[in-house]
Ligand binder design. Sequence first.
Ligand code: NAP
Length: 255
Amino acid sequence: MTGEDSPRARVKGRRALVTGGSGGIGTAIVEGLASEGADVAVQWYRNRAEADRMVEVVRKFDQEGIAVQADVLDSKSVIAMRDTLHEEFGKVDTLINCAGINRDSIFHRMTDAQWDEVINVNLSGVFHCCRAFVEEITASGHGRIVNISSLVGEMGNIGQVNYAASKSGMIGFAKALARELAAKRTTVNVVAPGFIDTPMVRKIPDGVKDKILNQIPMGRFGTPHEVAMSVIYLVSPEADYVTGAVLNVNGGMYL
Ligand code: NAP
């Protein structure tokens, strides 16, 4: 069964760009969008092989897919990505900002480089991507932007002042842009995942992992699929009237 023929083709006809589409959560979002009827451009930074693999997954659903390289912290690189997409894929109506990094350190040892890199990729990257694509997204008359933030942006976390600031910033950014774009029938929302079972979380030492699990009322980490399904909802027509919202996907860890 193809993505478009699926009885659950909730995002049928959409053309989406997923930044960080080669990552743990991004790959689930790419697959989710394609399985629900969207064509998907998969942005990668260093992991071309994973982006190429995701393009194959998209095509298995009979949707159009393309892998495209960009460094989101560099606005010129983002413009070049847009030019490539215009030539080889077409214009997009949906942007999922999922590219992100962490460079953790307790505050008094945090370096300028750790601060700058995280703010520049996670927050300025969202600015660069939204600015590059906003014209075509709003011109579609049914635009969608979803920022993948984090519960750390809502509740803070030891060793993550830079990451928390960037992820909080993504929320304020989305709320302001939601107000600007509402009249153009474009929604801007945030998904704030808690601890999700990805390579990022698997790297946490076992003792620390147990302490985190004790703080999650549902007693388990989330899955990338669960994050992806929240994104699908916000992109679907079911969420036409939802904008400026923060959808927590965290097992009750932050309410
Ligand atoms: P991940 O597997 O490390 O994926 C990160 C993605 O960002 C990769 O696709 C990577 O591309 C891309 N990327 C990194 N630097 C980039 C740059 N300068 N320009 C463009 N792309 C860049 O991480 P993840 O766990 O899937 O996380 C995805 C998003 O969810 C992040 O924004 C993260 O903050 C957020 N999040 C994750 C969790 C969690 O528990 N995992 C929880 C809350 C929020 P390449 O691999 O191609 O280099």
